[in-house]
Design a protein around this ligand. Structure first.
Ligand code: AG3
Length: 281
């Protein structure tokens, strides 16, 4: 028996290795996609060698990208998801009965089709959700053409800012998001890790640009076992609503959603940042 291991390199001298059974690999017009299986993390896939979703820990990321925004504005009706071709983010958004429209823009249709085949836990939402409409175009182009004030919430569920995700970390993109949001609009974006220098650098750059665009720009943290360092961040930007002072736990609890990571205590705690992270913002 030959042991096969997938490794994601964190720095030149640090990596995470997972013993794998390969399920599928392909190179699309946009990126390389690999699906694997592992006893501890279940089925997982990588884009250009970076872990995106594992069956076992995806609930953490997908609950945390979605629920804090709904706890701050329980009236969210129109949602735009950029990226997130695995479907996990859409699945969490679709749990809110108040949501009327979910537009999802994924640049690479193959991510969606392969996730439908190998990761139904996240991707079954695409077949089952009548409020959701998929658009296989570049998010950067889509947002340019979105009418003013057309969304209450934009969730940017992107890869790292190298490759096809790059344009989603630019000032121009954030400006269009601001324009496309309603007066109470919220933008949540995948914000990388504060720990290893490469991700921290990208996180800082993204945050500076968001801060220059939105009156309220915060960062919140959570623990993600299969991402570099395990310490991961989302950016929370808004025109009027503050994720800490406008947080009313009872309002969110009225939705009566069963979650495994997110809860009101986690919400409050997530916005309390370690000193070394505060100093980067
Ligand atoms: N979004 C990608 C998070 C970044 C992972 N980075 C890494 N492994 N270096 C995940 C998509 C989930 N819907």
């Amino acid at each position: 028996m030959i042991d096969l291991w997938f490794s994601e390199n964190y720095t030149d001298d640090v990596r995470l290795s997972i013993k794998v059974e390969p399920l599928w690999s392909e190179q699309t017009k946009f990126q390389r996609i690999d699906f694997f299986k592992n006893p501890t993390f279940g089925t997982f896939f990588t884009l250009d060698g970076l872990i995106m979703v594992t069956e076992k820990d995806e609930f953490i990321y997908h609950e945390m990208i979605c629920h804090p925004a709904f706890a701050i504005n329980p009236g969210i009706q129109r949602v735009l998801i950029i990226g997130g071709g695995d479907g996990g983010t859409a699945r969490e958004v679709a749990r809110y009965p108040t949501v009327q429209q979910i537009d999802q823009v994924e640049i690479d249709e193959r991510v969606v089709r392969l996730c439908q085949q190998y990761l139904p836990q996240t991707a079954s939402v695409f077949a089952n959700e009548p409020r959701l409409q998929l658009h296989f175009v570049d998010g950067v182009e889509f947002i340019k053409n979105a009418p003013d004030g057309s969304y209450d919430l934009i969730l940017v569920d992107s890869t790292d800012p190298i490759g096809p995700g790059e344009g989603l970390f630019t000032l121009e993109f954030y400006r269009h998001c601001h324009r496309a949001l309603t007066a109470n609009g919220i933008l949540v974006n995948q914000h990388e890790s504060p720990y290893y220098p490469r991700e921290a650098q990208e996180m800082k750059r993204a945050h500076q640009k968001i801060k220059a665009t939105f009156p309220i720009a915060r960062v919140y943290q959570f623990f993600m076992p299969t991402y570099p360092s395990g310490h991961w961040l989302f950016g929370f930007a808004a025109k009027t609503l503050d994720p800490v002072t406008d947080f009313k736990p009872e309002r969110w609890q009225q939705f009566n959603l069963k979650t495994r990571y997110y809860n009101p205590g986690v919400h409050t705690a997530a916005f309390a940042l370690p000193t070394y992270v505060q100093e980067m913002l």
